[in-house]
Design a protein around this ligand. Structure first.
Ligand SMILES: Cc1cc2nc3c(=O)[nH]c(=O)nc-3n(C[C@H](O)[C@H](O)[C@H](O)COP(=O)(O)O)c2cc1C
Length: 384
């Protein structure tokens, strides 16, 4: 599935998914801001996401938005469980679209990783200091009564009726996302959150139809995909983020991911967003030393086995690095997260580094007009 294009870098070659065309392959990966009140988006989300559209990314993902209140990780998580939540997101979506980027949203349920502190307050279970700020814990749910570790809250084991209700919440959230105007939807099935805990044998100890063998453990995720696909417009792409490997003894493996992806493809999933880890601890906040592009090989393996489009992310810093990943056929989309916190204009700077859009034609005219004149001046004085 590798593509070559002599005239422009693959990173800046548009990609059409269903009825949606991304102007380039740079994706702002979902990033929780823990800055919402009652799950509602506010000015912070507006500027935070707006800057990535100004920064030229083809697809801008809004952070994990909880499909129900108890599915938030923290009190500050964004939600998408009501029409009010969709209304708060609408102007953000319009702004992203007006800049020529595609607005996407990740929908999620934190499962046993819910009811936690915001990262900067400790990143652990809510405690006395949080209660004083009015942040009380709430009852959490999971496939099995297995806490993340000995310090974590004990989750309540979901009954089959409750499982169906949560799947319905995913479908409702999808309807709200569509009303808000999002064009790409991603189901979060990674990082130790609810869907992932159904998949992994380390967290799913059920012996009913939602547990046991691989088919049983995949049931929650696949039924959720079906529910979501049924209400998400056929022309709008559906992504699923999975932890392709648990990276722990007796955990979820790449072989399992390949089997899951086959089933998801049949159910109308367009892109697998290839992540890893998180079943029993932190993911991005981990201090484990990792090389640049540490998830690229996972994306490559899944892409080649399943013949499906993939997105990779994880310490992709440089334009040439991203271009090489695409040219090698290791992924179709490049997710940028922390590098975008550091440089929201990552995509535009990458274009410059790859000698694409030298005359700033893709920049907003409010900026581009000035930058062409600045460029001419810099050339005149020999700085360029
Ligand atoms: C502040 C922050 C919030 C994040 N929130 C989410 C999230 O909402 N959903 C998700 O799937 N991953 C989340 N991640 C993980 C990123 O999407 C990304 O996969 C990870 O940071 C690796 O990419 P990077 O090396 O470019 O940061 C978050 C990462 C950061 C830094």
């Amino acid at each position: 599935m590798s593509e070559t294009n002599d005239s422009k870098p693959l990173l800046f070659t548009p990609l059409t998914l269903g009825e949606v065309t991304l102007k380039n392959r740079v994706v702002i990966s979902p990033m929780c801001q823990y800055s919402a009140t009652n799950g509602l988006a506010n000015d912070w989300h507006s500027i935070h996401l707006g800057q990535y559209a100004l920064g030229g990314s083809g697809l801008v993902f809004c952070e994990a938005a909880a499909v129900e209140e108890r599915g938030r990780i923290t009190h500050g998580d964004l939600g998408i469980w009501s029409a009010e939540h969709a209304t708060a997101l609408k102007p953000i979506v319009s702004f992203i679209s007006a800049q020529g980027s595609v607005p996407g949203i990740q929908i999620a349920h934190a499962g046993r990783k819910a009811s936690m502190q915001r990262p900067w307050f400790g990143n652990g279970p809510l405690e006395e200091s949080d209660f004083r700020r009015g942040e009380k814990p709430w009852d959490i749910v999971a496939p099995s009564p297995e806490p993340i570790n000995e310090k974590s809250l004990m989750p309540h084991e979901l009954s089959i009726r409750e499982i169906k209700e949560i799947q319905e919440a995913f479908a409702n959230a999808t309807r709200h996302a569509n009303t808000a105007g999002f064009e790409v939807l991603e189901i979060h099935s990674a990082h130790g959150y609810l869907s992932h805990t159904f998949l992994s044998p380390l967290s799913n100890l059920r012996n009913d139809i939602y547990g046991g063998d691989l088919n049983g453990r995949m049931r929650f995720t696949l039924e959720t995909v079906e529910k979501v696909r049924a209400v998400w417009p056929a022309g709008k792409p559906l992504f699923v983020r999975i932890s392709t490997i648990d990276g722990a003894d007796g955990g979820w493996t790449m072989e399992d991911s390949i089997a899951l992806t086959n089933e998801m493809k049949i159910r109308g999933v367009d892109v697998i967003d290839c992540s890893s880890g998180g079943i029993a601890g932190t993911v991005t906040a981990s201090r484990e030393p990792l090389p640049l592009g540490f998830r690229v090989s996972l994306s490559d393996e899944l892409r080649r086995n399943n013949n499906i489009l993939t997105m990779t992310h994880g310490l992709i810093l440089h334009a040439n690095q991203a271009e090489k990943i695409l040219q090698s056929g290791d992924a179709d989309l490049i997710g940028i997260a922390r590098e975008a916190l550091y440089n929201p204009y990552w995509a535009r700077h990458a274009a410059n580094e790859l000698d694409f859009d030298e005359n700033y034609s893709d920049w907003p005219e409010q900026y581009g007009w000035w930058l062409t004149r600045r460029e001419a001046h810099l050339k005149n004085i020999g700085v360029r």
